[in-house]
Design a protein around this ligand. Structure first.
Ligand code: GLC
Length: 603
């Protein structure tokens, strides 16, 4: 659907005139909400059609402004990589303002709320600061840093006119063959809980709503049970519900205590029952036991897997506890299905009104009824967000071997080799500009490891040399390709596995022939199998997925900052150990490459 193209100032002036007219009275739908106590009365004044529209979240590229008006659509999202033309803050703000012009003209006049995945900074918009993915933040294990990241992220989400972030994930991955391991802070749920809460508080402190996800058990699915032939993603939790809850609940308790705005239901099933259709989890556990009274949003078309027909899917999801349906493509059919189900008594008026109420409360919390609907573009990629991200990179680095070679002197000659040497797309990983991340080494901004090394060496009399014979030290940079979700599932964690960078082994072998000390830096979304090579390396550093601020890596490599990171995951020797975590019995009796919590701390 072709949206009105933003034409800069002219559009902005028109928007100011129209939005200010609409936010007064003329030309605007009937609902006015000035306090939470107005919501019940508002609901009573709404028609079934207006209520049904509020339970719909459509994808921006699959709906027109006139549809938003006609169907009283409650929410819009961007799927990974779905951006307005130009992908600048101005383009985002213009798009969202025009959506709200359309929403205010609907019969209800209720504004839309826009949601995005800003899971490591505002990774949707060009030139935003990309922070380390959660696995690196799990290694940093610094709650104060998490709050600062939440604040910095919120500012760059707000800068594009968006109010709602689908983060944090509080998955506690138990098998690193899962493609979403890097979205998990740790295999240890206590470390997850400790880090998620301050991040939520940081977002909320800047007026950006949070979404704790994916409720519940997403990191506990069993290998080879994945949905749609995935190896593990969206699979089945086959342990007892009690054991699964013991490994997940405390993160949700911490998130609810931190006033998380919303919770996203999880694709996975528990003992064969899909979470999206399980009222014992989405209602009995979440509402009655955990006392969560915020909004539950479904995941991307997840309801399609819970019942045979769309009408049955919609009824089961809403009756199980879903309040907002993330149905990017078939939103119109889902809208009609809500009407059908209510008119045929499959969804009660009480349940419908309860879901509408949670949507209106969410919008109230976002300040959408404050009358200040017009968004103005802000700054992204700020010096402050880069500073926080650089600190996060440094704190996330884990030193796992050091034969008295780190920290490096700044006046030495370095020969840098390996496929992760000069690749900001690899450093950022998935959920960066596009859903699966960027394979273009140049991305369009950011500091690669090579850039950072060059900067430090050049100004200190050192040098990146092209001939290894001239080098004092070899730096070998290896890792993984960018990937997201099920596309990152693998049964092969070796350096030449399907998700490893193609030239890893070529670089490892090349480095071995050079007869110089080797410092290996791994840039990957999870531990990879290195047992056959570690003895040949004088130092080994895990950098995870550091993002755009690559100078955070050289801060610790040259000793300007100490190594303080510790492993948030057990490091396996073999693929079969991929599902070993500190939660297993006899953990200490098994030899792993490195144990959970390992890391050489320097001063
Ligand atoms: C995806 C993910 C979820 C994300 C949502 C919207 O499938 O499971 O984490 O928030 O869709 O992009």
């Amino acid at each position: 659907m072709q949206f009105i193209k933003s034409k800069g100032l002219f559009t902005f002036i028109i928007l100011v005139l129209v939005l200010s007219a609409c936010t007064s009275d003329n030309g605007r739908g009937k609902i006015r909400i000035q306090s939470l106590s107005d919501i019940d009365q508002a609901i009573q004044a709404m028609t079934l059609e207006e209520k049904a529209g509020q339970l719909i979240q459509a994808e921006r590229s699959k709906i027109s402004y006139s549809d938003i008006t006609r169907y009283n659509i409650g929410s819009i999202l961007s799927g990974g990589g779905s951006v307005p033309q130009g992908n600048t803050p101005e383009a985002w703000v213009s798009m969202i303002n025009q959506m709200n012009v359309a929403a205010l003209k609907s019969s209800s006049g209720i504004p839309i709320i826009y949601g995005i995945d800003a899971v490591h900074g505002n990774n949707n918009v060009k030139n935003a600061t990309i922070f380390p993915h959660n696995i690196g933040l799990g290694a940093a294990n610094d709650p104060d840093l998490m709050r600062a990241i939440g604040v910095a992220t919120a500012k760059e989400v707000s800068a594009i006119g968006v109010d709602w972030n689908f983060a944090p994930a509080v998955s506690s991955a138990q098998d690193i063959r899962w493609g979403r391991t890097y979205e998990s802070y740790s295999e240890d749920i206590q470390r997850v809980a400790t880090l998620a809460a301050p991040y939520i508080e940081g977002l909320l402190s800047e007026g950006i709503l949070s979404t704790t996800k994916h409720f519940i058990g997403d990191g506990f699915t069993t290998f080879l049970t994945g949905e749609d032939n995935n190896l593990i993603d969206r699979g089945d939790v086959t342990m007892s519900k009690e054991a699964m809850l013991a490994g997940n609940l405390s993160a949700y308790v911490a998130a609810i205590d931190a006033n998380t705005s919303a919770i996203m239901a999880s694709f996975n099933s528990v003992n064969g029952v899909k979470v999206h259709g399980d009222p014992s989890l989405l209602t009995d556990l979440l509402r009655t036991e955990l006392q969560f009274d915020g909004l539950v949003v479904s995941d991307w078309e997840a309801i399609h897997a819970i019942a045979p027909s769309l009408n049955e899917q919609v009824a089961l999801a809403i009756n199980s506890g879903v309040d907002l349906l993330m149905q990017p493509n078939d939103w119109k059919e889902v809208y009609k299905s809500i009407l059908y189900n209510v008119n045929h008594g499959k969804i009660s008026q009480e349940r419908l009104d309860e879901a509408v109420r949670r949507n209106l409360v969410l919008k109230f919390e976002a300040g959408l009824f404050d009358g200040e609907l017009l968004r103005v573009a802000g700054e992204i990629g700020t010096a402050e967000s880069k500073r926080v991200a650089r600190e996060a990179v440094a704190k996330s680095m884990v030193l796992l071997k050091n034969e008295d070679i780190l920290p490096l002197k700044k006046n030495i000659k370095v020969y840098l080799t390996g496929p992760a040497s000069d690749h900001v797309g690899v450093q950022c990983g998935g959920w960066t500009l596009s859903w699966q991340g960027e394979t273009d080494p140049n991305l369009n901004h950011g500091i690669s490891l090579k850039d950072a090394l060059n900067e430090v060496l050049t100004i200190n009399g050192g040098e990146l040399v092209s001939n290894p014979e001239d080098a004092d030290v070899i730096i070998l940079a290896i890792g993984e390709k960018p990937y997201a979700e099920m596309h990152g599932d693998t049964d092969d964690l070796s350096l030449d596995g399907p998700l490893s960078l193609a030239d890893n082994m070529k670089a490892v072998k090349h480095a071995q022939t050079l007869g110089k000390p080797i410092v290996t830096v791994m840039i990957a979304g999870r531990p990879l199998l290195i047992n056959d090579f570690l003895d040949g390396w004088d130092a080994f550093v895990m950098a995870w997925l550091p993002g755009t601020e690559g100078n955070g890596m050289t801060d610790v490599l040259f000793g300007d900052k100490p190594f303080q990171g510790t492993l948030p995951f057990t490091w396996p020797i073999t693929n079969e150990q991929a599902s070993h975590t500190l939660n297993m019995e006899s953990y200490d009796l098994v030899k792993h490459q490195f144990k959970f919590g390992a890391g050489i701390i320097t001063r």
